[in-house]
Design a protein around this ligand. Structure first.
Ligand code: FAD
Length: 434
């Protein structure tokens, strides 16, 4: 009789979960990957779906397809609600339970509105494919409204406000002005599309917080030159359906607020019973296991791990990928009766683009410390994202779409797909946590 193999349950098929499962391909274990969606979402390109540059399908990959050739992986589409540590089972929201010998939790992050009134009810976030399509549909619908009634522009219908000038806010603003300047005027000859405005609000006095001075200054220059109304040192106080109130009292008419100002760990972190640190990220042992639970690991955006100087690791794909692999390696070591090793993040650098031909790329010191801005930064960004985008067909589609968009100033995915529904249904209630 064959003996049962140890069972590894992985919660989340994002960057952390996928890479953990892949790293277990030769291990003598059975792996169960659980995700609420049947696909992996390549979040760094969500803003391109929201601005009609890519189709939703170009940046998602079906999880069963990813593991079709990995015999020790099974997939279950379900939402995990809690963990029963005594029984060593995860509890699914459907009421069923899945037993585990080892557990890796990689459920990512959710947006955090820091208690700002109205963001939850009226704001858009960019965290899932559904939300990206909802935002695209909403933005295009504003142009349709304005085409039918120009008074809509006077009421702020074509004023689009982004809160937070980190990489997501900057990339989104750059892509939006390009869409409004180059693409939509052809669609709406009856409309003065030049009256559409992108307002980018940032509470601190600079854009791209984690980047060096040169990259920040370049990004700021390009944003302003391309027509983004960039307001530094400006916070949002309240959000309403048809306007926002800024700290200081200014009222800005708008039907679109995009919240890119902050995230916190997925609320499932609270159900793990482990101590939580800043932004609800889980405090872990150096090998990424939970304190007193050497068989359970947390990786990616949920993990409260720190680097030199005690700074929290950034919530980026590379950290999640490396941590997923590390947790898998630690499970393999435990199975051999060896101790886990401390996780050390190998930083490769960071990059962002600000629309066509303008990017910033900063390689880490271990990769030479090179810094590029402009066309080279933009090209490096395209290249790296194509390499990491899962699925051959997705890569071909993205490459074709980008080439076509670049040569023709087109954005083929200008489709209003979502029916107009109450905001809470459109953006997936529960994503923003106050
Ligand atoms: C708009 C945007 C742009 C970004 N741009 C960049 C970038 O340019 N470069 C970069 O490095 N990083 C970027 N990031 C950050 C990067 O995407 C994250 O750091 C990374 O996805 C974290 O990986 P993860 O595995 O921790 O979580 P995720 O990749 O978020 O995966 C979490 C998974 O868990 C699943 N899940 C959640 N809750 C449950 C549940 N209860 N039950 C079952 N499944 C569940 C989700 O469906 C999801 O598939 C960006 C993020 C966003 C939102």
């Amino acid at each position: 009789m064959p003996t049962a193999r140890p069972r590894v349950v992985i919660v989340g098929a994002g960057f952390g979960g996928l890479n953990a499962a892949r790293a277990l391909r030769r291990a003598d274990v059975d792996v169960l990957v659980i995700d609420q969606h049947n696909f992996h979402t390549f979040q760094p390109l969500l803003y391109q779906v929201a601005t009609a540059g890519l189709d939703a399908g170009d940046i998602a990959h079906q999880v069963r397809g990813i593991f079709a050739r990995q015999r020790n992986v099974r997939f279950l589409m379900a939402r995990v609600g809690a963990v029963d540590w005594d029984a060593r089972e995860v509890e699914l929201e459907s009421g069923t339970r899945e037993p585990f010998d080892y557990l890796i939790v990689a459920a990512g992050a959710v947006y955090h509105d820091f208690g700002t009134p109205g963001v939850f009810e009226h704001g858009f976030v960019l965290k899932s494919l559904h939300e990206a399509v909802a935002l695209r549909s909403h933005m295009l619908r504003q142009f349709e409204r304005a085409a039918a009634d120009e008074g809509h522009i006077d009421r702020g219908g074509l004023t689009f406000v982004i809160v937070g000038a980190g990489p997501t806010g900057v990339e989104m603003a750059g892509a939006m002005v390009e869409l409004f300047d180059r693409v939509l005027p052809k669609d709406y000859p009856e409309l003065d599309v030049g009256r559409a405005k992108v307002v980018l609000l940032e509470m601190t006095d600079h854009v791209l917080a984690p980047y060096g001075e040169r990259s920040r200054a370049y990004a700021e220059r390009v944003l302003r030159r391309r027509g983004v109304d960039l307001r530094l040192g400006t916070a949002v106080q309240e959000v309403h359906a048809d306007h926002v109130v800024l700290a200081g009292g200014e009222r800005l008419g708008t039907a679109t607020l995009i919240w890119a100002a902050g995230v916190r760990a997925h609320p499932i972190a609270e159900a793990l019973g482990a101590p939580l640190g800043r932004a609800s990220r889980v405090d872990l042992m150096p090998d990424l296991s939970l304190p007193d639970r050497p068989h359970a690991f947390v990786v990616g955006d949920m993990a409260g791990t720190t680097g030199s100087g005690g700074t929290l690791h950034p919530q980026v794909a590379q950290v999640a990928i490396q941590q997923g692999k590390h947790a898998a390696a630690t499970i393999i070591r435990r199975l051999r009766g060896e101790d886990g090793r401390p996780f050390a993040y190998a930083d490769r650098g960071q990059m962002a683009i600000i629309g066509r031909s303008a990017g910033v790329a900063e390689l880490s010191r271990r990769l030479g410390g090179f810094r590029f801005t402009g066309f080279l930064g933009w090209l490096s960004w395209l290249f790296i994202h194509l390499i990491y985008l899962p699925g051959h067909q997705n890569r071909v589609n993205a490459f074709t779409n980008w080439t076509f968009n670049f040569l023709t100033y087109e954005r083929h995915a200008r489709l209003i797909l979502d029916e107009e529904t109450p905001r809470d249904e459109q953006v997936g209630r529960g994503t923003i946590v106050g």
